[in-house]
Design a protein around this ligand. Structure first.
Ligand SMILES: Nc1ncnc2c1ncn2[C@@H]1O[C@H](COP(=O)(O)OP(=O)(O)OP(=O)(O)O)[C@@H](O)[C@H]1O
Ligand SMILES: O=P(O)(O)OC[C@H]1O[C@](O)(CO)[C@@H](O)[C@@H]1O
Ligand SMILES: [Mg+2]
Length: 319
């Protein structure tokens, strides 16, 4: 093992830069050469590959986005793209690649592994939808950003005695909605993984109003429906003064939290140590506070398990 490549792929996530920094610094400290690959798998196939030095990753631990840039490049799902990517890696003398991204990017890393090219996945996505990790890099910051935004919405909601329906991101995963919903004292949290009853939510909002509560809040994960659609559903069950709000891509920006920076640093470091031990074809994560790794080929036999107890907790607290 002499040279490793590193790329960021899919939606950017706060802490991706911190992960690239950790991989680069630990690798160089252990005598490896590091190559950055720009624009995810698109840049890999195009050969947008350049040497990375320790100083290139300075002043990045506190910066969101990804200085390697990212891309959605569906062509990489085809074998032709994967083999072209491996050709580029071999051309640059790269022995292993660290892929930082979400579930889609993990499938890219999995395919590289399947073709015999050593790949390690680091979970970099705000969605928190990766199996065998309690948190993904970026999830905590996205939750913090969404919480801050909803706290602000609450100020105006209370002044006008309004109900707000707020869409948060997460694609098909309700983790951001659940965590932020509890943190913001939502009246209801609606996620794609569990059934919900709009009439029951409407009744809960009415009861809250009758008991003197000056605002209402329903956090709806984007994978369920849009905030506008949910508002239309809600209006079928009552004459609410209601507004819909989509938080959107702001959830991917902002200063990475301490948790995301530390997580990125731990997982990045572990990826390099695994490679130095001659291991590979792995996905690195954090489980019960410990850094772990699992065979990337088997990873998606499991699905990510959210902390669904948060829904019951929220229901108890919002009574
Ligand atoms: N089945 C697949 N096989 C090979 N590569 C894939 C596959 N699915 C996705 N990819 C590659 O991974 C890239 C990123 O995937 P995707 O757009 O799903 O984002 P992600 O990594 O899940 O991140 P996020 O969900 O946080 O935006 C894709 O654009 C494509 O290049
Ligand atoms: O940036 P795009 O392509 O609009 O994708 C948005 C999607 O990406 C994510 O932000 C994850 O990166 C999801 O939560 C969301 O569904
Ligand atoms: Mg994804």
């Amino acid at each position: 093992m002499k040279r490793i490549g590193i790329l960021t792929s899919g939606g950017d996530a706060p802490g991706m830069n911190a992960a690239v920094r950790a991989v680069t610094r630990v690798a160089i400290a252990n005598g490896l050469e590091v190559f950055g690959i720009r624009y995810g798998f698109a840049g890999l196939v195009a050969g947008d590959i350049f040497p990375l030095e320790s100083e290139d990753v300075a002043h990045l631990i506190n910066v969101s986005g990804t200085f390697l840039y990212s891309a959605r490049y569906p062509e990489f799902a085809e074998e032709e793209g994967q083999l072209a990517g491996i050709e580029q890696l071999k051309k640059h003398g790269i022995d292993a690649v660290v892929v930082i991204g979400g579930d889609g990017s993990y499938h890219g890393a999995l395919q590289l592994t399947r073709h015999g090219f050593n790949s390690i996945g680091l979970p970099g996505t705000i969605d928190n939808d990766i199996p065998y990790t309690d948190a993904t890099i970026g999830y905590d910051t996205a939750c913090m950003t969404a919480m801050d935004a909803i706290d602000k919405i609450r100020d105006t909601a209370s002044s006008h005695h309004r109900v707000f329906i707020v869409n948060v991101m997460g694609r098909n995963c309700g983790d951001i909605a659940m965590r932020v919903g509890v943190a913001c004292g939502a009246d209801a949290i609606v996620i794609p993984e569990r059934p919900y009853d709009v009439e029951e939510i409407a009744n809960r909002l009415k009861q809250a109003q009758e008991s003197g509560k000056d605002h209402g809040l329903v956090v709806v994960a984007e994978g369920v429906m849009t905030a506008d659609q949910f508002m239309a559903e809600l209006k079928k069950y009552g004459d609410f003064d209601v507004r819909a709000n989509v938080l959107g891509h702001m959830q991917r920006g902002g200063t990475p939290t301490v948790s995301d920076r530390v997580l990125a640093s731990k997982l990045g470091s572990e990826a390099v140590h695994l490679l130095l031990e001659g291991k590979g074809g792995l996905a690195v994560g954090i489980e019960n506070g410990k850094v772990t790794s699992h065979d990337i080929l088997d990873l998606f036999d499991e699905s990510h398990r959210g902390d669904y107890d948060l829904l019951k907790l929220n229901a108890d607290l919002s009574r």
